[in-house]
Design a protein around this ligand. Structure first.
Ligand code: FAD
Ligand code: UDP
Length: 364
C-alpha cells in the first residue's frame, strides 16, 4: 500500500502533523502507534468505576502561545481548571511555587511583599554564574527552602541531585512575592472539556488518516511504501543505539479507587521528603467530575521502563547531538517531539514545533 506520509507516534507531535497534512495538503497519512491507543502520554479514559483518569500521570494544558491555543481549540472546548499544587512539608500542606501564602503557612506569621523580598535577600546565596538546577534555587530562596522543597524531590524524580541537572529543570518553578497560588501563570490554561483523548479523536478523524495501533513501526517499515516519514519516538531507538543508549527517566503509576468523594485538597500533592513516590494526583479535580468514588495515582520514579523524561544533563546532550547529526543527514525523514528531540518539552511546545515543522514540510 502507498502513503504520502508515514508518521510514527500518535501523541501531540504526531497527531498535529497528521491533522495538518491530511487537511491542508490533502495527502494520505499512515499513523503508526505501538500502544493500544492514541493521544500519547496525554491519554485519558474512563476506568472501570466510570472515573475519567489520565493513564500517564497529571497533564495540565498551559500556554502563552495564542497560535497553539487557537489551533487546539478547533478540536475541543476547555474547562476552566486552574492548576494548584500543594507540597507536604514539615507536617503542613503549602502551595508551590513558593509565594507569600506558602511562606505564611510555613512560618505561621504574616509577610508583606516587601518583607518577603527582604527575607529572601538575606537567605539567598549569591552566585556569579548559575550553572545547574541547585544554583537556580539557592540563588533565589536559599539553602533551607532548597532542602525542604527541591533537594530530595529531585533526587527521587531524576535519580540525581539538582546540582547534576541543567538549569532548565528547576527553572520551571518561579518564586513569587505575591499571593498568586497558581502553579502556572500562563495566559491560557485548562483541560479539554471532554478529555484529551476525545480531542485527539477529533484531530485524527479525517479520511486521509489511517491509524494502526499496537504496531512498532520497525515491524512494518519494509512493507509500506511512502514518500516522507515523521518520527516522534526515541531517537536512539531509531538508530539502533549505534551511539549508545540515551537515558530516559521512567515512572510507575499506581492507581487506587476510594469509596469517598474527595481524597485531597488539590489535584496534585507533592511529597518532597517522605515516601518513595513523588506525588499523588486526584483526577476528579481536573475534570470537575461528580462521582461518589474517587481515583488517585501515586508516581514512583525509576530508571528503566517506558521512556517519559529525557534527562537534561550536558553529558547526555553530547550523545544526543551524535544522533542529531545522523538525523540531519536523512532526506525526507523528520524528527520531532519529546523523545525524538530528547528535550523536556511541554505539550504546547510540542504542538508549536509541530505547526512549524508542518510549514517547513509544506515548503520543502
Ligand atoms: P508522546 O506523547 O510520548 O508520544 C509519542 C508516541 O510515540 C507515544 O504514544 C509512543 O507510544 C509512540 N511510539 C514511540 N516509539 C514508537 C515506535 N517504535 N513505533 C510506534 N510508535 C511509537 N506537559 C504539559 O504541557 N503539561 C503537563 O502537565 C505535563 N505533565 C506531564 C506529566 C508526566 C508524568 C509526563 C511523563 C509528561 C508530562 N507532560 C506535560 C509532557 C507531555 O507528556 C509531553 O510534552 C507530550 O506528551 C509530548 O508529546 P509527543 O508527541 O512528543 O510524545
Ligand atoms: N521540583 C521539586 N519539588 C517539587 C516540585 C518540583 O524539586 O515539589 C523540581 C523537580 O526537579 C521537578 C522540577 O522541579 O522535576 C520541575 O517540576 P515540574 O512540576 O515542572 O515537573 P513535571 O511536571 O515535569 O514532572
Amino acid at each position: 500500500m502507498f502513503f504520502d506520509y508515514l508518521i510514527v507516534g500518535a501523541g501531540f507531535a504526531g497527531a498535529t502533523i497528521a491533522e495538518r497534512i491530511a487537511t491542508q495538503l490533502n495527502k494520505r497519512v499512515l499513523l503508526i502507534e505501538k500502544r493500544n491507543h492514541i493521544a500519547g502520554n496525554a491519554y485519558d479514559y474512563y476506568n472501570e468505576d466510570g472515573i475519567l483518569i489520565q493513564k500517564y500521570g497529571p497533564h495540565i494544558f498551559h500556554t502563552n502561545i495564542k497560535k497553539v491555543w487557537d489551533y487546539l481549540s478547533r478540536f475541543t472546548d476547555w474547562n476552566k481548571y486552574v492548576h494548584r499544587v500543594l507540597a507536604h512539608v514539615n507536617g503542613k500542606e503549602v502551595y508551590l511555587p513558593v509565594n507569600l501564602d506558602t511562606m505564611e503557612r510555613l512560618y505561621g506569621r504574616k509577610f508583606t511583599p516587601k518583607q518577603l523580598e527582604r527575607h529572601f535577600e538575606q537567605k539567598r546565596v549569591k552566585i556569579d554564574k548559575i550553572k545547574n538546577s541547585k544554583d537556580v534555587v539557592v540563588s533565589q530562596i536559599g539553602e533551607e527552602l532548597y532542602d525542604l522543597f527541591f533537594k530530595n524531590y529531585t533526587k527521587k524524580q531524576w535519580g540525581v541531585y539538582p546540582e547534576d541537572l541543567d538549569v532548565q529543570v528547576t527553572k520551571r518553578l518561579p518564586l513569587r512575592f505575591n499571593r498568586d497560588t497558581r502553579y502556572f501563570a500562563d495566559k491560557y490554561q485548562g483541560i479539554p472539556k471532554y478529555g484529551y483523548t476525545r480531542m485527539f479523536e477529533k484531530m485524527l478523524s479525517n479520511k486521509n488518516i489511517h491509524i494502526l495501533l499496537n504496531t512498532d513501526y520497525k515491524d512494518l517499515i519494509n512493507s509500506v511504501k511512502f514518500n516522507r516519514m515523521i518520527y516522534t519516538g526515541p531517537i536512539d531507538y531509531f538508530f539502533d543505539y549505534v551511539h549508545g543508549k540515551l537515558p530516559y527517566r521512567s515512572l510507575d503509576f499506581k492507581f487506587k479507587t476510594l469509596n469517598k468523594e474527595i481524597f485531597q485538597d488539590a489535584a496534585v500533592v507533592n511529597f518532597p521528603n517522605e515516601h518513595k513516590y513523588t506525588r499523588i494526583t486526584e483526577f476528579k479535580h481536573f475534570y470537575f467530575q461528580k462521582h461518589h468514588k474517587t481515583t488517585i495515582c501515586y508516581e514512583y520514579p525509576k530508571g528503566e521502563g517506558d521512556p517519559y523524561y529525557p534527562i537534561p544533563k550536558s553529558d547526555y546532550q553530547e550523545i544526543y547531538q551524535k544522533y542529531r547529526k545522523e538525523a540531519d543527514k536523512l532526506k525526507n525523514i523528520y524528527f520531532i517531539g519529546r523523545l525524538a528531540e530528547y528535550k523536556y518539552l511541554n505539550m504546547d511546545q510540542v504542538v508549536n514545533e509541530a505547526l512549524k515543522l508542518f510549514e517547513r514540510i509544506r515548503n520543502d
